[in-house]
Design a protein around this ligand. Sequence first.
Ligand code: AMP
Length: 251
Amino acid sequence: MRASSNNIHVTGSERILDEANLANVFNELVCRALSSHIKPDSISINVEKIEHDAICYAESLDIKTVKSPTTESAEKDAKKLLEANGIKTEIINQAFNLLRIGPAAGGSNMRGAIIMDIDTGKRIEPDTKRGVRVSRIDYTDAARKSIEKALLMHDIFHHRVIDAVAIATKVCRREETIAELCWSDNPDYTTGYVASEKSGYVRITNMKEKGSSRGGRVFFVNPEGLSLNDYINYLERQPVIINKIGTVYGS
Ligand code: AMP
């Protein structure tokens, strides 16, 4: 589902389903679009057939929370985590600067993610206005119920966490990815995250000031032996379903 207002992206969501469940989920996706922070004037739902054999299954990243009291401390916490994943401070600073000012040309948000080379800090996604959009991800029904239950138990339930854990799991399970940095462009949602295979999915509170509509995603990649086409093809086209939930830790 893609929803926009005045041709500007408002929200999107993905599901991988059996045919029998299609109609029910249409309703859910339209409700999701209509309850966004900006009322969309266009909602598109696109349905594509996926072959069963093409699906990969994955266990979701462990979920942890760092309670940072201010944007400054959140930035420090995120930077520490990224450094612990072997990314140089100047490259991390570059990623933060981009997300703080708006990563697309002219300082606006992107629909997709930046791909950043960890050696040079160069953006290598082919379209720096749109970015690369991770697609074809979902949970089995049992795994979705299980993550909902665990998040509720730790009082951190939000549909954004469920969607973002799926994206981060798909991205970080790929060996080219060193880590991901993200915070939402929704002005009311200020919790961001750093994710990696090594660190898990680490929620960090107060990653941006409330009321700010700047946000984005950066995938830090190792350029050694990288085939950018294969990597992007995996992110956009490979169906991945989460069938097991990693540990969800309390804060
Ligand atoms: P959100 O957390 O949905 O507010 O998304 C924050 C930012 O992440 C957006 O502004 C986009 O730049 C980027 N983004 C959202 N969804 C995706 C996706 N499926 N794949 C890659 N980047 C995304």
